[in-house]
Design a protein. Structure first.
Length: 103
C-alpha cells in the first residue's frame, strides 16, 4: 500500500514540475565565460593550465610529493604540457591545490 502511495506522489510531483514555466534566461552561462580564476585539468597525456584574468604560477607535484614542474601562464592564456600517465597534485600560487589525473 505504501509503495502505491509513493508512486502516486511521485507521478503527481512530476506533473507539477512539468507545469511550471521556465524562463529562457534561467539556464546558467557556460563555465568558460564565468570562470575568471586559474584552473588545471588532466587530459589524455597532458595537463592543461588556464590562467584566468591574471597571471598564474602552477607547481606540479608527483603523488609522492616531489616537485615535477613549475608552469607560469600569462593572463587569459592556456598552456598544455605533456606528462606521463599518473596522478599529480597541482598547486596554484597558494590559492588552491587539487589532484589531476593524466590518462
Amino acid at each position: 500500500m505504501k509503495r502505491v502511495f509513493y508512486i502516486v506522489v511521485c507521478l503527481l510531483a512530476v506533473e507539477l514540475v512539468q507545469a511550471i514555466p521556465v524562463p529562457d534566461n534561467f539556464l546558467p552561462q557556460r563555465i568558460e565565460t564565468v570562470a575568471t580564476g586559474p584552473t588545471a585539468q588532466g587530459a589524455e597525456g597532458r595537463i592543461v593550465f588556464m590562467a584566468g584574468s591574471s597571471d598564474a604560477t602552477f607547481n606540479v607535484y608527483s603523488i609522492t610529493g616531489q616537485l615535477v614542474k613549475v608552469v607560469r601562464v600569462s593572463a587569459d592564456q592556456r598552456v598544455s604540457i605533456d606528462f606521463p600517465k599518473g596522478f599529480y597534485i597541482v598547486k596554484c600560487s597558494n590559492q588552491w591545490s587539487r589532484k589531476v589525473v593524466v590518462r
